[in-house]
Ligand binder design. Structure first.
Ligand code: BGC
Length: 426
């Protein structure tokens, strides 16, 4: 009698506990977390304006935006923080990322699977292969591409060029040097630049092409061919970097890229060599393309495009956060967002089926050149922005380029160091 009472009591307790626990689980499954945390390095005026387009789009859909900005082009700083957070099991829902970095994260198994939304919206048909190479890993969509930027551009103050009789676009290196000399002789700063490794490397992307053409860029920066890396053409490229170094102002060290853009906008300097995110900065300052500023490909690189694409990589999150994460991915790839965002950011759409009607003359030219370069085999990933080689090689190249640019190595020594550094990094 006593024994069966105990058994009954235990049964009642077990049943009510599991009912309670079951109720809790159901309740938890119903609780949806409508927020997305986004880690990024879009902190300049133009970048923040572009990011705001995405933020407002999501907020209108009821998603709360948790902003995690970490300044620094190329994302060096952002990647460092991300590594620490992910290892502490505290990854954000989404993080801005470039090229080969995405594959590294995918290999580590940290990323979410976006196949449901990608299949529903047929991403495969509209996203170019050059981007898909990084948005997918083993057949799984892991990132939503936001845009396509390119790095081989020069941004120019139109008034200064007109005043000094400098015709634009400048298409040859010789004419470019003549123009830089003219500006310097007029007492202005010829080349606005921020001495940070990624900015030096951004210039180097274009200079390598100007020195040896698209085949040389491919051989040295994509195929990492030691003969090309150690060649006289590479010596010429470092010689051209040395030339450019002579046109900077004494305060260039450490300056942020957007402050260098501001120098051109304000008429203190004539030119800046920077990716087309600079256009976002000019537009954000109210400058009119063709009137206040002009842009042309790094002289000697016409017909070749070194690209990078920002992608929002999605990390594995709690089930309760999945819906919001998928809404973010879907919003990024919507055609209307692609236009609204990229016209502000200075980039071009990550989809191939978007009209160029809303873009500026520079944007239209950028879209056309990208498509042509793709067709002609002269579209290459940017070394400076993580699309030519994995991070270890990129960092090795950047170290040599920046040390040379800061006078630590002469041209010939830089060539030797480059060959060694790339070999050691593989
Ligand atoms: C990114 C751009 C960004 C730039 C400067 C690049 O690596 O791709 O979107 O505007 O860095 O921050």
């Amino acid at each position: 009698m006593k024994k069966s009472l105990v058994i009954m009591l235990v049964l009642v307790l077990v049943t009510s506990f599991s009912l309670y626990a079951g109720g809790k689980t159901e309740e938890a499954a119903m609780e949806v977390d409508n927020s997305v945390e986004v880690l990024h390095w879009w902190t300049s005026g133009g970048e923040a304006a572009a990011l705001n387009v995405l933020k407002e789009d999501l907020e209108a859909k009821g998603i709360e935006w948790i902003d995690s900005p970490l300044a620094g082009g190329g994302g060096e700083q952002a990647m460092t923080v991300l590594r620490t957070r992910a290892t502490a099991n505290d990854a954000p829902a989404a993080a801005q990322m470039l090229g080969f970095d995405i594959i590294d994260w995918a290999e580590l198994g940290f990323l979410a699977n976006l196949n449901d939304v990608a299949e529903k919206e047929n991403w495969d048909a509209v996203i170019p292969d050059a981007l898909k190479k990084f948005s997918k890993y083993n057949g799984v969509w892991i990132a939503a591409p936001v845009n396509v930027h390119s790095t081989n551009w020069v941004w120019a103050n139109k008034k200064i060029c007109d005043e000094l009789g400098i015709a634009t676009p400048i298409t040859s290196w010789v004419d470019y040097i003549t123009a830089l000399d003219k500006v310097q002789a007029s007492g202005r700063i010829a080349l606005a630049h921020g001495g940070q490794a990624w900015q030096d490397a951004t210039i180097f992307d274009g200079v390598v092409i100007a020195a040896g053409g698209p085949e040389f860029y491919k051989a040295s920066m994509i195929d990492l061919d030691p003969t090309a890396l150690g060649s006289d053409t590479m010596l010429k490229a470092f010689g051209m970097m040395t030339q450019l170094r002579g046109y900077l102002d004494p305060n260039f060290s450490g300056r942020d890229w957007n402050l260098a853009s501001a120098m051109v906008i304000e008429g203190q300097a004539a030119f800046q060599m920077m990716g087309d995110w600079a256009k976002g900065e000019f537009l954000n300052a109210g400058q009119v393309p063709g009137t206040d500023f002009v842009a042309f490909r790094t002289p000697g690189t016409q017909g070749t495009v070194t690209f990078n694409a920002d992608q929002f990589v999605m990390f594995k999150v709690d089930e309760s956060k999945r819906a919001a994460q998928e809404m973010l991915a879907s919003a990024i790839l919507s055609p209307s967002f692609q236009v609204a965002f990229n016209t502000v950011k200075g980039s071009v759409p990550a989809r191939t089926d978007v009209s160029d009607a809303e873009f500026t003359i520079i944007g239209k030219a950028g879209m056309k050149e990208l498509a042509e370069a793709n067709k002609n085999g002269t579209l290459f990933g940017s070394m400076a922005h993580g699309h030519a080689a994995p991070a270890a090689v990129k960092n090795a190249v950047m170290d040599v380029v920046t040390s040379h640019f800061n006078g630590q190595y002469g041209d010939a020594e830089a060539v030797e160091k480059l060959v060694q550094a790339v070999a050691n990094a593989q």
